[in-house]
Write a new protein. Structure first.
Length: 259
């Protein structure tokens, strides 16, 4: 059975996590081998639309797919068409979109090559498949300190998150793994770049808001209620301010073509 682990996370993702995911989505789109203007582009695992927004700004026509209705419901009136669906079984005809973008969704899957195969299937021949995940080498002492401070305030790491971190996230977390999976999915002209990304996060407030915007904090913060959640956020900011450094996550970018 498929479970929506992002239920209840939409607002915090849009207002917090986007601080980091937004700049990375723009860098992902910049890897496209051709202009995306005027093209129908699938945003697979679109969440709150972090990649759909810059796609639309580029003149593309995004269509969003995500498992989580809560993520898709964010700002629904202003967003492109969206469908609740699984990226490993897309309800789309073969070759029905011009390009596919998948930001930080394939790292949730224990068989990511299946989802890459679906992207290869629904993208018309010659269309781009652009994807990104965090590299296994991506580490941040400050981000870890935020988690430690949250644990001290009563947060518990959800089992589903531990499970994904162990069984799914590492699978595409190196350039070699991404190349192998993309080729296995039948993609052509596979190019992978694993590099640190300057997301412009230099302040403790930014990093804490990004971290607390992620889905594995949503249930806990919702349970605390807005006043206590605000107090906890301020405590976390003060806890990491003395050790704050610019946040430079390492990302594996895939750019390939559908056959
Ligand atoms: C880390 S968020 C990324 C969201 C967005 N792409 C961004 O960059 O902000 C992962 C998203 O993938 C979705 N997701 C996870 N597994 C999925 C699946 N099998 N099919 C469709 N969406 C999935 C989650 O609901 C969530 O919205």
């Amino acid at each position: 059975m498929i479970v929506d682990h992002y239920a209840g996370a939409g607002q915090r993702w849009a207002e917090g996590a986007t601080i980091v995911y937004g700049p990375i989505a723009r860098q992902l789109l910049a890897t496209s081998p051709h202009s995306l203007a005027g093209r129908q582009v699938l945003d697979a695992g679109a969440g709150t639309g972090v990649a759909s927004t810059p796609l639309a700004e580029l003149g593309a026509h995004p269509v969003a797919v995500d498992l989580s209705i809560d993520m898709l419901a964010w700002d629904a009136h202003h967003r492109p068409p969206a469908v609740v669906a699984d990226v490993t079984r897309l309800p789309l005809r073969s070759g029905s979109v011009d390009d596919t973008v998948a930001a930080f969704v394939y790292n949730h899957l224990t068989q990511p090559e299946r989802a890459l195969g679906e992207a290869a299937r629904v993208t018309r021949p010659g269309g781009a498949v652009l994807a990104c995940v965090y590299a296994n080498a991506s580490r941040s002492r400050v981000r870890d300190a935020i988690d430690q401070a949250a644990l001290a305030q009563g947060w518990r790491v959800p089992d589903w998150y531990l499970d994904i971190k162990q069984s799914a996230t590492p699978l595409l977390g190196t350039g070699e793994d991404m190349v192998r999976a993309a080729k296995q999915a039948g993609l052509l002209d596979v190019a992978v770049d694993e590099r640190p990304v300057d997301v412009g996060v230099t302040q403790a407030e930014q990093l804490v808001d990004y971290r607390l915007g992620q889905a594995h904090f949503a249930h806990w913060l919702g349970h605390l209620g807005p006043i206590r959640a605000g107090e906890v956020r301020d405590l976390l900011v003060e806890a990491v301010r003395p050790i704050m450094q610019p946040y430079l996550p390492i990302v594996v970018f895939l750019c390939a073509l559908a056959a």
